[in-house]
Design a protein around this ligand. Structure first.
Ligand SMILES: C[S@@+](CC[C@H](N)C(=O)[O-])C[C@H]1O[C@@H](n2cnc3c(N)ncnc32)[C@H](O)[C@@H]1O
Ligand code: SF4
Length: 416
């Protein structure tokens, strides 16, 4: 960990204490007291593995898949039955891997989820472009999915080639999306690929909206240390210009910025990141409660073994200090490009000005944030630096944690 990361952490948390995760795990998850709780389910199977992808996934094998789905259902029962009453939650997102590969079991999974939780803001699910067929979409819709997100990456063959993926059959995709409708159809793109230009991205965005998307996510390419990718990283200056130009373009076209990397037409939304609290099921799924963060084991056989012993499959747990929890909240809330100081006060019982008045004052002076009433809003400059810091955070914290968890199902201790 670099000196800069350590100093930043010490400054914002006002403590020498690092973020420490241990093997210890709770047998009871106190989620009933969390308002605005979201759910997440991880399906770690793909029909092909992309060399640049950091997520927890394996190649699809029918027998492993079947055993995994049975264990997943048991985990939802185990945690959902901790409380006698149904819990109201905001949304449920299925991520992966490629969760659309579980289409035939989705109804069964949803029956179990619905027996413990009341979902008020819809169900989202990720698809690989190969899954966008009328048959699969109809199955997803029948199971209650209201939002879909398709991993396009790029409509252009030169970038698909760099990423090692196949070209998109856009007209077949349009036909399927015209036939089966969803409240949100989001399409994912990766930007800052070698020699990618503003025009390349504009073409991708416009094509997405013309074939049925009403929401887009443009993720900056991140070169994780543990992936086998050989894609070169774009220089900072070039990347900033691209991000600024694309943001201006989307704003001028009237597309609404929903979060740091997402834009929508109409009121469509798709985000599993900006939730105050969440409960995660399945391998690698994270859970965020009032005072703790937990992450499940990444190893499928170890996950199944724990579940069969009626034990929660948490691999690592961190108990936050109050300041650590505040920083975690601010960091992920800023992902939506704004922070409501009143919401902060409701959650932490202390005013934002009192705890981080100096930092927010400096951020305003540096033109990173503006303030309207109680809400701090990110400027274009602020969005770039957030993006830059997020990249840095991802490589300093998430990269390190995931690379260990990929090797060890239950490490003793990680300090970040
Ligand atoms: C779980 S995948 C999406 C669903 C499906 N598995 C697929 O590949 O189409 C989630 C998204 O993460 C993004 N992603 C994956 N690796 C990335 C990387 N190294 N840098 C930036 N974004 C990445 C891609 O845009 C991808 O669509
Ligand atoms: S990008 Fe999607 S298909 Fe490729 S390995 Fe990652 S999760 Fe699987």
């Amino acid at each position: 960990m670099s000196l800069l990361t350590t100093l930043t952490r010490m400054w914002v948390t006002r403590s020498f204490k690092s973020f420490t995760f241990t093997k210890h795990y709770d047998t009871f998850l106190s989620y009933q007291e969390c308002d605005q709780l979201g759910l997440y389910i991880h399906i770690p199977f793909c029909k092909q593995i992309c060399s640049f992808c950091p997520y927890c996934k394996v190649l699809y094998k029918e027998d492993v898949y079947q055993d995994y789905i049975e264990a997943l259902i048991k985990e939802i029962h185990m945690i959902g039955s901790q409380y006698p009453d149904k819990k109201e939650v905001t949304s449920l997102y299925f991520g992966g891997g490629t969760p659309a590969l579980a289409d035939k079991d989705l109804k069964r999974i949803m029956e179990v989820v619905n027996s413990y939780f009341i979902i008020t803001q819809g169900i989202g699910l990720e698809l690989h472009p190969d899954n966008v067929t009328i048959e699969t979409l109809a199955r997803l819709k029948e199971a209650g999915v209201t939002k879909i997100s398709i991993g396009i990456q790029s409509f252009q063959s030169k970038f698909q080639h760099i990423l090692g993926r196949r070209n998109i059959l856009d007209q077949a995709m349009k036909k399927a999306l015209d036939t089966v409708s969803f409240e949100t159809v989001s399409m994912d793109f990766i930007f800052a690929l070698p020699h990618q230009t503003f025009d390349d991205l504009v073409n991708d965005i416009e094509k997405a909206f013309s074939i049925g998307a009403n929401h887009i996510a443009i993720y900056p390419f991140i070169d994780f240390t543990f992936t086998k990718s050989s894609i070169p990283v774009m220089r900072k200056k070039e990347k900033r210009k691209l991000l600024d130009d694309i943001t201006h373009y989307c704003q001028n076209k009237g597309y609404q910025r929903q979060s740091i990397w997402t834009f929508s037409k109409e009121k469509a939304s798709y985000s599993s990141m900006t939730r105050d609290y969440f409960l995660g099921f399945g391998v690698s799924a994270a859970t965020l409660l009032k005072d703790s963060f937990k992450i499940n084991t990444f190893d499928i056989p170890s996950y199944i073994q724990r579940i069969n012993k009626q034990t929660i499959p948490t691999s690592l747990t961190m108990y936050f200090t109050k300041r650590q929890r505040m920083i975690y909240y601010l960091f992920w809330t800023l992902y939506s490009t704004e922070i409501d100081s009143q919401s902060f006060e409701e959650i932490f019982n202390v005013s934002l000005k009192k705890v981080y008045g100096l930092e927010f004052y400096l951020a305003k002076k540096m033109n990173l944030l503006t303030k309207e009433n109680n809400v701090y809003k990110m400027t274009l400059k602020g969005a770039f630096y957030y993006h830059y810091y997020e990249n840095f955070y991802t490589l300093s914290y998430i990269d390190k944690m995931w690379s260990i968890l990929k090797e060890e199902p239950f490490p003793n201790y990680i300090s970040l």
